[in-house]
Design a protein around this ligand. Sequence first.
Ligand SMILES: Cc1ncc(C[n+]2csc(CCOP(=O)(O)OP(=O)(O)O)c2C)c(N)n1
Ligand SMILES: *[C@@H]1O[C@H](CO)[C@@H](O)[C@H](O)[C@H]1NC(C)=O
Ligand SMILES: *[C@@H]1O[C@H](CO)[C@@H](O)[C@H](O)[C@H]1NC(C)=O
Ligand SMILES: *[C@@H]1O[C@H](CO)[C@@H](O)[C@H](O)[C@H]1NC(C)=O
Ligand SMILES: *[C@@H]1O[C@H](CO)[C@@H](O)[C@H](O)[C@H]1NC(C)=O
Length: 616
Amino acid sequence: MSPSQSDLQDLAHKLRIHSINATQASNSGHPTSCASIAEVMSVLFFNTMKLDLKQPIHPSSDRFILSKGHAAPILYAAWAEAGLFPVSELLNLRKFGNDLEGHPTPRLNFIDVGTGSLGQGLSVGCGMAYVGKYYDQASYRVYVLVGDGESAEGSIWEALNFASHYKLDNLCVIFDINRLGQSEPTCLQHDMETYRKRVDAFGFNAIVVDGHDVGELIKAFDEASATKGKPTALLLKTFKGKHFPNIEDLENWHGKPLGTAAKGVLEHLNSLIRNKNVSLKPKPVTDDAPKVSISNIRLSAPPDYEPSAKIATRAAYGNAIAKIGKNNARVIALDGDTKNSTFSEKIKSASVAQYIECFIAEQNLVGVGMGVTCRDRTVAYVSTFATFFTRAFDQIRMGAISQSNLNFVGSHCGASIGEDGPSQMGLEDIALFRAIPGSTVIYPSDATSTERAVELVANTKGICYIRTSRPNTPILYDANTKFELGRSLVLRQSNTDKAVIVTGGVTLHEALKAHQQLAQQGINVRVVDIFSVKPLDVSGLKKNVTECGGNVVVVEDHYAAGGIGEAVSGALAQNISKFVHIAVTDVPRSGPPEVLLAHYKLDAQGITDKIKAALA
Ligand SMILES: Cc1ncc(C[n+]2csc(CCOP(=O)(O)OP(=O)(O)O)c2C)c(N)n1
Ligand SMILES: *[C@@H]1O[C@H](CO)[C@@H](O)[C@H](O)[C@H]1NC(C)=O
Ligand SMILES: *[C@@H]1O[C@H](CO)[C@@H](O)[C@H](O)[C@H]1NC(C)=O
Ligand SMILES: *[C@@H]1O[C@H](CO)[C@@H](O)[C@H](O)[C@H]1NC(C)=O
Ligand SMILES: *[C@@H]1O[C@H](CO)[C@@H](O)[C@H](O)[C@H]1NC(C)=O
């Protein structure tokens, strides 16, 4: 039975009251940002959405993302009113050690992804809706609540474009158009018609709604569910601080608890409630999402390369993604229109459904990637040129807060891409991914190790990154070689090594040539393929460094800051006596790869010269 509109309205006021009480207790937070969405939260949670209180992240339940994460108190209040935890717990908002943090994170069992960095929730919702419509083919729906200030973010419009292109009619975007942002009114304020025209032009069923009218909201959500072939956007005309006397619709109240004004506001809100005992339950879930298993993902066949072959690691990624997708339809790849450069197109050729084209919108690409992996529905690989992930660093950072398990593959790393020039060169990518808490960073140097890297990250939690290269390089390993996270591989060694070269990718092949040149001159050096940049093989490297007299040479086709050199020298500081760092030292020019490598002393001759100078 559906609740009465009167009860839903009363419940909205209770949510306002909880939001005030919680932010008073924490003496911080955003009560006015909660007040504008009280009616829509009440209608969503107690009339529209199907939710499971025993398993809030139920595979079949409706999904809700509060993209304007600073309104967290009212989201927590809705779940508390639904009965998930005691209302009294809301007073622990923002206390150190309590999971009711200032912005939602998946530390809470009812949150899929962290929000709070504005503009990201809709991309994640798109990923969830894509899975719901095309993979799960289940009846659950996805609701994303977006602030009007937040909708100035380009990633919102990238996501709107994606949703309409893929006809995500199981997605409903709710714009809370409360006229105000943080420091001043939004560009469009309450110009509802301009919002409607813009969202309509993006291919949505766009409905303008009085966001404080429970009856209109119920009708609009019903229309959204009944609309096929396109997603729906509800454009709610609302007021910030609604029903807070002398605060409603006024500036200078963003992100502030009500303080001494709270008492009067609470009295007013209580006077508006007709049924003080109102208590409602969400609708139960229709359990129609299939069971999914994404554990123990393996390559369908081991790497198989002619020992004399030369193949780029990016091409090996293509071979691997096709093979790893073969045994499990839930292994998928996403790319931003670079699939014939990154070679992610190989999975598309093998199985078109296992590839999602996200077009040239990298922030949305990463957000969709986070969405498709939510609730363990898929194992996903997001690829583009390594350098373009910098554009989505905020999304990747939020991926760590969101406890996302998502794999990234960046091609075209380093100056060794050559002629295309610096705008296309990934020279900060190792630094970027190393900085992410709990991340894994793999830098394979041949086709065999690339395939194994793809297999390793499929079964590794957290944010994983594989760095691939453009030039063709020789095969170094046979199919039986074991690769592990946190384990480097020694390719050349003797009892008289004077130094150890630690490197990966294209420059590893240069280091092998340098080893030979030096050996001819009577100087033995050890050559280590780093493979696992993070976790670093600290114990293995320490022993090798000590055996080589503490002399370490790190060679990397990456800027010096934040790369392999800083990883190795940081971890081994006490065991290194001499440290030579060969890296890209300034913004490169266009030119043939070998010219660029030589310019930065990243080629065999440069490495040889640097080592001889250091040992002299
Ligand atoms: C990417 C990003 N930029 C800036 C902020 C700081 N910030 C938090 S809330 C806010 C205003 C949001 O306005 P709106 O989306 O309209 O939400 P409202 O609070 O008005 O409901 C700003 C600027 C942020 N959290 N994230
Ligand atoms: C509200 O609940 C109280 C205590 O359970 C009860 O005495 C009262 O009759 C209820 N009032 C309404 C309007 O249901
Ligand atoms: C990618 O595919 C397009 C269309 O087939 C082609 O024109 C282009 O040259 C390809 N690019 C690369 C790098 O292979
Ligand atoms: C060098 O590192 C490798 C990889 O960790 C390790 O297997 C080997 O034992 C190390 N060498 C020495 C001399 O400890
Ligand atoms: C590395 O340095 C530390 C600190 O001096 C020392 O305890 C350790 O034995 C060294 N490790 C090796 C393998 O030499």
